[in-house]
Design a protein around this ligand. Sequence first.
Ligand SMILES: Nc1ncnc2c1ncn2[C@@H]1O[C@H](COP(=O)(O)OP(=O)(O)OP(=O)(O)O)[C@@H](O)[C@H]1O
Ligand SMILES: [Mg+2]
Length: 284
Amino acid sequence: MIPAPRLPVEQRLYVPSSGEASDVELLPAGDVTEGVLRVGGTVRRPHQPQSYAVADYLDWLEDAGFEGSPRFLGRDPSGRDVLTFLPGDCAGAMPEHWVQSEDLLVSVARLVRRLHAVSAGFVPAAHPFPPRPLPVAHEEQDGLVCHLDVTPQNVVVRRGLAVGLVDFDLAGPATGFKDSFNTAMHWVPLRHPGDSWPGWETLDPFRRLRVFADAYGWTEEERRRLPEFGAHATLLSYHRMEHRARNLGGGWARMWAEGAGGRIERRRAWLEANGSRLIRALTD
Ligand SMILES: Nc1ncnc2c1ncn2[C@@H]1O[C@H](COP(=O)(O)OP(=O)(O)OP(=O)(O)O)[C@@H](O)[C@H]1O
Ligand SMILES: [Mg+2]
């Protein structure tokens, strides 16, 4: 496929079309970014330090024929990022009952697998991703740029199946295993049972993790090291979140004050305590 000619992302200006100003909706607030709007068939988000790195990645995905991500259209006259709106449903802050569907879980795993396949070969050049806080020497890293925040609120669902990913704010180089573990953590979900969302208490995380693993295609080796990898990744995310809460404030500080740290720590302990049961569920 020959890609359409495009200006470099930092030169791309979005000229609002007449009439779209009358079709405006405030999108459900996430934890950090405020004031995300749908305007006609577009989304307006505040411009951020990582916006151009993300925009280059979205261009790459578009050229690779990936349909499941927004297109970066440029910045509007007020400087906000403009992206295409992906029609469908996203989960609310407290994921609804329909989010529990196993068919949906399978489709999420497959969508993320496909994202990883099409992301291979993308090398950030003009706009590097800002470094993550607290780089840790032994964090796995093979340079595969991926989403890294595939929560139920960031997946677009049509007819019960995952068709799109939004909110690439945390995208950056990592590994496919890291991004898929992170996705499973949000979607199985992997949490201490005392921290279940209301209505999710009776779901079997071991079964759902196996369903995810088979649909994504984790290798035997990945299945065996998942609990240790997950506990380590969870410890890292505890320190990163504490760092962001302290240094960035805003939504990060609010989440921390509302007990996010305790939840992450209980998740880590749960992963550690259930290591052999998780491996059995993944390999038997
Ligand atoms: N391109 C898009 N297409 C369709 N829906 C979108 C799109 N972008 C955002 N949304 C909807 O708006 C919601 C909030 O947008 P987004 O996830 O980008 O910001 P956020 O969650 O507030 O950010 P953060 O996670 O950084 O706090 C999403 O959960 C989704 O429902
Ligand atoms: Mg979001």
